[in-house]
Design a protein around this ligand. Structure first.
Ligand code: NAP
Length: 294
């Protein structure tokens, strides 16, 4: 496998992405003379950028904000997770055909499994947000029956309802250990039920960049002491949500491991190689320290 190939990251913006740093470190560690290149693509140019992939020396692509849903229209086939979540973060090329995958689902689950507090089994979960990252989290939690019930908090209840219909899609009726799904307009609505919650996932951008001083859950009272607070946002420092949670003695996890594990799964799809996780982790940790809070 010595042919020089390129893997593209297609999104807008892409300049601050951490993926080139850890994917190029992985390609070097594997001894592949390939390159991972971030390419800013505006919405109108996405179909053309994906068409070009077929004719180029590309091995595939990552798709990021805001194209994860729109990219589907330009692809030839989807894997199960991409079809169920309706979002694609990885594209592979098979004899000229573009195949869409969603490795955020397994990346989320791998990070969650690593952070699972001892003894935590099938708790209720609270997922904040109803966008792309929430779809991946909800799909993973429902697929693995990781939770007994799931409360999605969305400021747009219709969007939350759509999320649980699409991603939960019948799973609550089918098979053993069904997961009960519910949409709430505010986390305050379950104040009295917090004792059953063992996992909180922040899948909103609140706490990111310029909003670093904000938290999507200002009141952390009433949760059990082993409730894992998993913030999918990542950056050089813990978000305010994670700082508050640590101060309250709750276990925490930020979004870096999810980023690492989704990237490792994508790399395996493009190259067929076992991902060099330690080289990727080191490069990611170095790169995140260079990120300035935006
Ligand atoms: P998205 O598709 O734009 O969805 C964001 C969700 O957050 C939407 O439901 C949105 O509601 C809600 N939201 C936005 N601002 C809010 C506010 N002030 N209060 C309450 N809800 C708010 O974005 P995404 O792709 O899901 O990404 C969400 C976060 O996850 C980002 O910070 C991203 O960096 C992170 N993420 C991390 C990873 C990882 O690997 N760690 C992977 C993917 C995403 P409306 O629809 O009403 O606007």
């Amino acid at each position: 496998m010595d042919e020089r190939k390129v893997i593209y990251l297609l999104g807008d913006p892409v300049a601050h992405s951490l993926s080139p740093a850890f994917q190029n470190a992985a390609l070097r560690a594997l001894g592949l003379p390939w390159n991972y290149v971030a390419r800013r693509v505006v919405r109108e140019k996405l179909p053309a950028a994906l068409r070009e992939l077929r004719q180029s020396n590309a091995a595939g692509a990552n798709i990021t904000v805001p194209h994860k849903v729109a990219a589907i229209d330009s692809l030839d086939a989807l894997d199960t997770e991409a079809a169920i979540t309706g979002a694609v973060n990885t594209v592979t090329i098979d004899e000229g055909a573009l195949i869409g995958h969603n490795t955020d689902v397994d990346g989320f689950l791998a990070a969650l499994e690593e952070a699972r507090p001892e003894g935590l089994a099938r708790p209720a979960a609270l997922v904040l947000g109803a966008g792309g990252a929430a779809r991946a989290a909800v799909r993973g939690l429902v697929r693995e029956r990781w939770v007994e019930s799931l409360l999605v908090v969305s400021r747009s209840p219709e969007k939350g309802q759509r999320l649980i219909e699409i991603v939960g899609g019948g799973a609550e009726e089918a098979g053993p250990n069904p997961v009960r799904l519910e949409v709430l307009a505010s986390a305050d609505a379950i104040r009295s039920r917090r004792e059953s919650v063992g996992l909180v996932v922040n899948a909103t951008p609140v706490g990111m960049g310029r909003r670093a001083h904000e938290t999507p859950l200002p009141d952390l009272g009433g949760f059990r002491s082993d409730t894992l607070i998993f913030d999918l946002v990542y950056g050089p420092e813990p978000t305010r949500l994670l700082r508050d949670a640590s101060a309250a003695g709750l276990p925490t996890e930020d979004g870096l491991n999810m980023l690492l594990y989704q990237g490792a799964r994508s790399l395996a799809l493009w190259t067929g190689c076992k991902p060099p996780l330690e080289a990727m982790r080191e490069a990611l940790q170095r790169a995140v320290l260079r990120v300035e809070r935006r």
